[in-house]
Design a binder for this molecule. Structure first.
Ligand SMILES: NC(=O)c1ccc[n+]([C@@H]2O[C@H](COP(=O)([O-])OP(=O)(O)OC[C@H]3O[C@@H](n4cnc5c(N)ncnc54)[C@H](OP(=O)(O)O)[C@@H]3O)[C@@H](O)[C@H]2O)c1
Length: 328
């Protein structure tokens, strides 16, 4: 097998594409022939030793991938070679083959495109848990999505629409805003060009959004929170902008608003039944054509450094896929 190996977590430049012995799955594990992996923001952090999970060295990065089971360890009865599956974890996916615990592997339903499966659970799972569970989104409410053209952002736009919300997508360029309108946003704000507060006032008759979905943090958080509607919910999803914002608490009092944390990884571990319900609803919406991963580009697995560079410079629209050729 081949894999991108991180022997020293000092950045993308230290990764090397290496030939390694193909591992055998141990009891309770499966080996997956990786068809495609997608890039998520934590993949960028983990190779710089900046992510909350710090895997023992050396490790293979790649937290989300899909393909076909090609070997099973002892005791694995619900999966067999040939099954199409997706896997989400911290590592392993930027490779031709990966080992995963069978219990955490997600079998793909019939008709679910394998490449879509490599770009689905992490972003749609996070955004569904955020909006439907933590945010208690109701049909007819208005949702503002910041960083809306990114991975979790595009998923949030589609999920909020599928749930009957009015969606305002905010992003850093007109090109990204055009994508957001294509995937269903009712209105968009270029927050680099326009004043976020003024634009929100204009788009909501001064009322503000009921929910703010924020995977960016930094400079947009305070103006977005100042604009939130009465009884609004501010979903703290991530800090792709780099800075963790500090908000004056009186704003929460004045709006009767809530700041709500979202931690999908722990939700999956702590609440497996709720996670299963969330994935079942997402699979149904996918089958009905109401949600579909936005794939910016499919790159060969060997182009991982280029993919990292594009994500680090805010150029990705939706998701980047890294694909192994069929013979790998
Ligand atoms: N809480 C959870 O459970 C959970 C789960 C998954 C992901 N996350 C977090 O959500 C965030 C987004 O993840 P993602 O995979 O969707 O990333 P992504 O595809 O790169 O999207 C992030 C967006 O943030 C914006 N951004 C603003 N400043 C940036 C900067 N300096 N560098 C990069 N992007 C910047 C960009 O949009 P504009 O250019 O339009 O501003 C970009 O599209 C990350 O912080 C990630 O860790 C959290």
């Amino acid at each position: 097998m081949h894999a991108w190996l991180c022997e020293n977590p000092v950045g993308v430049e230290a990764l090397a594409w290496k030939e390694l012995p193909t591992p055998q799955p141990r009891a309770g594990e499966v080996r997956i022939a990786v068809r495609a992996a997608s890039l998520n923001f934590p993949d960028l952090l983990i190779v710089q030793n900046k992510y909350q999970v710090k895997p023992p060295l050396p490790f293979v990065p790649g937290g989300e991938y899909a393909g076909h089971v090609d070997a099973v360890g002892d005791g694995v009865t619900h999966l067999k070679p040939g099954d199409a599956v997706a896997a989400v974890g911290a590592t392993g996916g930027f490779a031709t083959h990966a080992i995963a615990p069978a219990a955490s592997v997600i079998p793909l339903p019939p008709g679910f495109d394998v490449e879509d499966g490599a770009a689905f659970a992490f972003t749609y799972g996070t955004s569904h848990h955020a909006l439907m569970d933590r945010g208690a989104l109701k049909p007819g409410e208005t949702v503002l999505v910041l960083g809306a053209a990114g991975g979790v952002g595009t998923a949030a736009v589609q999920i909020a629409k599928a749930a009957g919300a009015r969606v305002i997508g905010a992003a850093s360029s007109e090109e990204k805003c055009a994508l957001l309108r294509e995937i269903g946003a009712d209105a968009t704000i270029d927050y680099v060009r326009d004043n976020l507060r003024d634009a929100l006032k204009g788009l909501t008759d001064g009322r503000g959004p009921d929910i703010v979905y924020d995977p960016v943090g930094g400079e947009w958080a305070e103006p977005a929170f100042r604009s939130i509607a009465w009884r609004g919910r501010y979903l703290v999803v991530g800090f792709a902008g780099g800075a963790i914002p500090a908000l004056p608490w009186n704003l929460a009092l004045l709006k009767g608003a809530s700041v709500v944390g979202v931690f999908w990884g722990d939700f999956v571990r702590r609440e497996p039944q709720a996670f299963a319900h969330s994935m079942a609803e997402l699979a149904r919406w996918y089958a009905e054509g109401r949600i579909k991963p936005v794939i910016d580009e499919r790159l060969p697995m060997s182009a991982l450094p280029e993919a990292y560079a594009r994500m680090g410079s805010r150029q990705v629209r939706g998701k980047l896929l890294l694909v192994n050729d069929a013979a790998a």
